[in-house]
Design a binder for this molecule. Structure first.
Ligand SMILES: *[C@@H]1O[C@H](CO)[C@@H](O)[C@H](O)[C@H]1NC(C)=O
Length: 249
């Protein structure tokens, strides 16, 4: 055993050194989650797609969530609220496999970009958009995070409903939440586009496999589950978003 381990180290060491020397430093990307589960937290597939594409893109990922109670807890078998309390950081830690920190500890100087996946948690726990629409309030730590990445001219990626956070916080920015028309049920949350306009941002129509890049503000958005479609199309749209974010680093 010992000898084999030694041999392995001997064989791989020069290769590792070579890789280290020939590659640029990895992009350091912060991911902000909002719980675990589409109706009261981060949409699990979106969060996973973000992390798979960041992994493939060679990024160093650090995951954060606010240490606050969820707005409520939904029984996902029926979509009804339950009589229990859950914490956004504790629930997000499920997706992060335990490797997570409180959003209050996120220092913009240590990261090149930030990405916020969607799910109702983004509109219930990171801000009050699900209840208050365009008049929503944003969690102060989320506000500080988005504004400080923006001030530092570092890219911000968002998908699904999460772009409403940029619309609320970055005056005059442009984002996509998909389509402003329901088109026979393909875009069940089409009304969100109107709320984006009310908050002083510009809504740009994009299909699920597309992204909108606001180059002046370095904001990259894609519709994801705002669209009623196949899972792999959502995954591909998010891949496009992650790539645009990494290209801007
Ligand atoms: C969740 O909802 C299902 C379907 O209505 C119900 O059978 C179940 O008892 C609920 N579970 C809890 C823990 O409330």
């Amino acid at each position: 055993m010992l000898a084999a381990a030694h041999l392995l180290r001997f064989v791989t060491a020069p290769l590792a050194r070579h890789i280290h020397m020939s590659r640029p430093a990895s992009a350091k990307v912060a991911v902000v989650l909002s719980g675990c589960g589409v109706y009261d937290g981060s949409e699990v597939h979106e969060a996973s797609a973000v992390m798979v594409h960041l992994s493939r893109g060679g990024a160093d990922v650090a995951i954060f969530a606010p240490d606050v109670d969820q707005m409520h807890v939904i029984n996902h078998t029926k979509g009804e609220p339950m009589e229990e309390k859950r914490n956004v950081l504790v629930e997000s830690a499920r997706i992060a496999r335990g490797k997570i920190a409180a959003l209050s500890t996120l220092d913009v100087a240590g990261h090149d970009a930030v990405i916020l996946p969607g799910g109702f948690g983004a509109a219930k726990n990171l801000c009050t958009f699900a209840v208050d629409g365009a008049d929503c309030k944003v969690n102060p730590e989320v506000e500080k995070t988005i504004k400080s990445f923006h001030d530092a001219k570092k890219p911000i990626g968002l998908c699904c409903i999460a772009p409403v956070l940029a619309a609320k916080l970055i005056p005059g920015c442009s984002v996509t939440v998909g389509n402003d028309q329901e088109e026979g049920g393909r875009w069940p949350y089409a009304g969100t586009a109107g709320a984006v306009g009310k908050m002083g941002a510009t809504h740009i129509r994009r299909d699920v496999n597309e992204v909108h890049v606001d180059t002046a503000n370095k904001i990259v958005t894609t519709p994801a589950f705002m669209c009623e479609t196949k899972l792999h199309e959502i995954y591909d749209g998010i891949g496009h978003m992650v790539k645009e974010v990494l290209d801007m680093v």
